[in-house]
Design a protein around this ligand. Structure first.
Ligand code: GLC
Ligand code: GLC
Length: 814
């Protein structure tokens, strides 16, 4: 347990404990695993949605509001006129004790005031589309108490974008029903919707409200809702305006007595023929079924136990015990947890992503799988199928798709030329992890040729040839609108403030080329060749290889600037990321990708490129994206130059790409540097920077401001970032060096001495390996000897065919 002034890690319970409601920013958690999701802050703010944060928003949230974090599921106590929330907000009554425990799929709030304690535990059970709040109220004093307990949430009218904009309509559509202790939100059910939500509690009500003006008051807010302050709900029925759901319970407690209530907020779909149980009265059977599963404390507690068991089991698939607790905490708990969240959410809904913009990104979602394939391989398989289905037969891909429809987003379209190669990474990583080589033959037609039975293998081949067929004047890959760096827009010349930088493509120069895609092509092109060989497609393999060799030659001939790899050629065929430039002389992406591809290992260029990264890009808070920052907007380069220096893609520390350098350093065998870069951005190692960082100390953020910024080292955009999957991948597969391959598990650590000897438990397909890594006296790179179940084995590969089941593996490093 370490601590900052805002909280501490409780590793035994896999929790982060927040000790004040007034964190520098709201610190959130995610609830839900299978379609029903909730975001919940350390004061119980946030919202819930079903599958799609835009089209099925269930509760309302006001982004970028004052005060911050407006909207949530709030419980209020009115104790003889003293009003407070167990989550410490929105009422600002100072509590005698406050803590919020964010755990794996649940958040628990403990508030205490005047000898009354309320413990609110909120979670989404594994099997149902509902959010459960187990609320336990205890009288810790020595006299009897009569308290009023209120719940409250505000319904969103389903389409989150419309809900925040189309008031001429939506102030008239709201409809509810109240029966016993359940409030039903049936807005638009009369027309085309076959779904509704409800909020219930397993106790008789003293009152309720369903209309916001009655519950909150027109000029009050959630810090002083009128009904709570008045100690009585009004039994209001919403017709239009803003429907809410608020329960009032009168709670009598003897000294020392506790009472527990279970609140359930659920979402149900009803088949179209059975929508009504009487004219105008919704069919409540599906809601009743769901409520019955959680209508006692024991049932709710059992559902919570099932959830925590599920997480214990998931996380046990890969555990590490090194000499540094911060590494163990990152890899055993929080990084894996974040990997699940990024896999589920892509970049759609966080406190920085409004849930109404982007759906699932092609490149983002492919990369997210590499941190998750060892956890739930079947989900990764399904995701890859969805992604591949948005690819075109020429290998290009829709840049995004909407999770509810799974259709490519035509407004954004494609032409981001790095996209296709990420599919190769995702598929190769999945097949190595799972051993599911049959997947390569699985039929998923291309989006534009639905009648052709193309296989996953055909998709990989199309990805490969999309690069080959789109080369520029230096025989380097054309960049399209952008490569991984969405903001380096070399064919989109935007001069109008209302245009999108990335889709305003004016012509296609057929000139702008990317060294990042070049490296990516060599790295994942080699994966494609390996897969072709694995399937016995030797002709494909031997036809592909020369394209890779030629790319390596082009990079060496046209992509080397003297001390590092160039970043790109622009639409005038002038270099970017070169000594010749005044600004943006060196970029991280091409250094990472060309070296990870193994380019320049034979002639010292790889080492030189990484030394240049250290010299020019590395700083205390991480590795910056480029240097020097651009000082002015340049339409030829696009969005990257739109940001003030030091922020986002303009020389910020854009954490996603830092692990590329970690991997490359490990490949070079420089264990100290690999670990140093890894730890600069890893949350558990930088807890002491929380005040400066501001974002949650248990998860990665997308961006940390760089040394050109007005405020340096400040993080933004926490949670939904490819950093999670990539830094996990870098740490487990390259620092610890536990690397799945088609035939088995490769063990090739690059371990800094400070980590000591390391014990690992790795579930791999149906095997369980107990691995001990003993530091040798040398470099920490590669292994000097290996034994399996006490017997010496040559090399560093644990062949799966020979070692299914449970085995003890001991390695000693060089
Ligand atoms: C964002 C995008 C990602 C892109 C990155 C760099 O994180 O989601 O697709 O690669 O920014 O621009
Ligand atoms: C904006 C962001 C960038 C992100 C992109 C995704 O350009 O600055 O980080 O990748 O949007 O569309």
């Amino acid at each position: 347990m370490t601590s900052s002034s805002y909280g501490y890690f409780d590793d035994a319970n896999k929790e982060y404990v927040v000790t004040t409601p007034f964190t520098p920013l709201p610190w959130i958690n995610y609830l839900g695993n299978n379609g029903f999701f909730g975001l919940i802050s350390n004061t119980s703010g946030g919202y819930s949605f079903y599958r799609d944060a835009k089209f099925r928003r269930i509760t309302r949230y006001r982004y970028n509001n004052v005060p911050m974090d407006s909207g949530g599921r709030y419980f209020y106590i009115n104790d003889g006129g003293t009003v407070w929330n167990p989550g410490g907000r929105p009422v600002r009554t100072e509590l005698d004790h406050y803590e919020c425990r964010h755990g794996m799929g649940y958040s628990k709030f403990i508030g205490r005031k005047n000898a009354v304690e309320v413990e609110q535990t909120t979670f989404i059970p594994l099997e149902d589309t509902c959010e459960i709040h187990r609320v336990k109220v205890t009288n810790q004093g020595d006299s009897a108490k009569t308290l009023k307990l209120f719940s409250s949430l505000e319904w969103c009218l389903w389409n989150a974008e419309d809900d925040g904009a189309n008031f001429q309509r939506n102030f008239s559509t709201g409809e509810v029903e109240v029966v016993d202790s359940t409030i039903y939100h049936k807005t638009e059910y009369r027309e085309r919707r076959n779904h509704y939500s409800f909020f219930s509690v397993n106790a008789p009500l003293a009152g309720f409200d369903t209309d916001r003006q009655h519950f909150v008051g027109v000029y009050n807010d959630y810090s002083c809702p009128k009904a709570v302050m008045d100690s009585a709900c009004t039994n209001s029925e919403a017709h239009g305006w803003s429907p809410v759901a608020a329960h009032q319970l009168d709670v009598e407690l003897a000294p020392g007595e506790s009472k527990t209530f279970v609140f359930v907020m659920g979402y149900v779909e009803v088949d179209a023929d059975n929508k009504w149980q009487a004219p105008g009265i919704i069919n409540k059977a599906p809601a009743a079924d769901m409520q019955a599963k959680y209508d006692t404390e024991a049932k709710a507690t059992a559902a919570l136990k099932t959830l925590t068991d599920y997480w214990d089991n998931l996380l046990s698939r890969f555990t590490v015990k090194s000499g540094d607790d911060r590494l163990n905490r990152a890899l055993n708990i929080w990084n894996q947890y974040q990997n699940m969240v990024t896999f589920n959410m892509s970049r759609s809904a966080s406190y920085f992503e409004s849930g109404i913009g982007r759906g699932m990104g092609f490149r983002d979602s492919n990369q997210d799988t590499i941190g998750f394939a060892h956890m739930v391989p079947s989900a990764v398989r399904e995701r890859i199928v969805d992604l591949a289905a948005t690819q075109q037969s020429d290998g290009s891909a829709y840049h995004q798709y909407q999770p509810l429809t799974k259709k490519g987003n035509a407004d954004v379209g494609g032409n981001f030329n790095d996209d296709p190669m990420w599919l190769v990474l995702a598929v190769a990583n999945y097949v190595k992890e799972s051993g599911d080589t049959d997947f390569l033959h699985f039929v998923v037609p291309f989006e534009d040729t639905p009648e052709v039975p193309s296989t996953i293998y055909h998709h990989l081949k199309a990805s490969f040839y999309h690069v080959v067929n789109n080369l520029g004047p230096h025989q380097l890959p054309l960049i399209g609108r952008a490569d991984w760096n969405d903001c380096l827009n070399l064919n989109c010349f935007s001069t109008e403030p209302n245009e999108s930088y990335q889709t305003t493509q004016r012509g296609d120069s057929k000139v702008a080329e990317s060294l990042m895609i070049a490296g990516q092509f060599v790295l994942y092109g080699n994966e494609f060749v390996e897969i072709a060989k694995l399937l016995g497609m030797d002709v494909d393999a031997s036809e592909a290889q020369p394209h890779i060799d030629a790319m390596v030659a082009s990079v060496k001939q046209h992509g080397w600037d003297g001390e590092w790899f160039l970043r790109a050629y622009d639409s005038q065929s002038k270099p970017i990321g070169s000594q010749q430039n005044d600004e943006g002389k060196i970029f991280i992406e091409s250094q990472g990708f060309c070296t990870m591809a193994g380019i320049g290992f034979d002639d010292g260029k790889a080492e030189q490129a990484l030394d240049s990264v250290e010299k020019h890009l590395a700083c205390e808070y991480g590795v910056m994206l480029q240097q020097p920052a651009y000082s002015d907007y340049n339409p030829l380069y696009g969005e990257i130059t739109s940001y003030p220096p030091g922020y986002k893609e303009n020389a910020g520390i854009f954490c996603h790409n830092n692990p590329w350098i970690v991997v490359a350093e490990a490949m070079l065998g420089r264990a100290d540097k690999a670990l140093s870069y890894y730890t600069r951005i890893t949350p558990s190692f930088i807890e002491h920077l929380t005040e400066r960082h501001k974002t949650e100390p248990y998860v990665y953020s997308q961006m940390i401001s760089g040394q050109d910024a007005y405020i340096q080292g400040e993080a933004k955009n926490s949670w939904l970032t490819g950093t999670a999957a990539w830094n996990y991948y870098a740490a487990t597969q390259y620092i610890l060096g536990i690397r799945p391959e088609y035939n088995g598990l490769r063990i090739e650590p690059c371990l800094d001495k400070s980590l000591g000897d390391v014990q690992i438990v790795r579930h791999f397909r149906d095997a369980v390996y107990h691995i001990t890594i003993n530091q040798g006296d040398g470099t920490g790179k590669g292994i000097a000897s290996m034994t399996i179940d006490g017997k010496p084995v040559a090399g560093d590969l644990v062949e799966y065919a020979d070692y299914a089941g449970e085995h003890q593996i001991e390695v000693v490093l060089n």
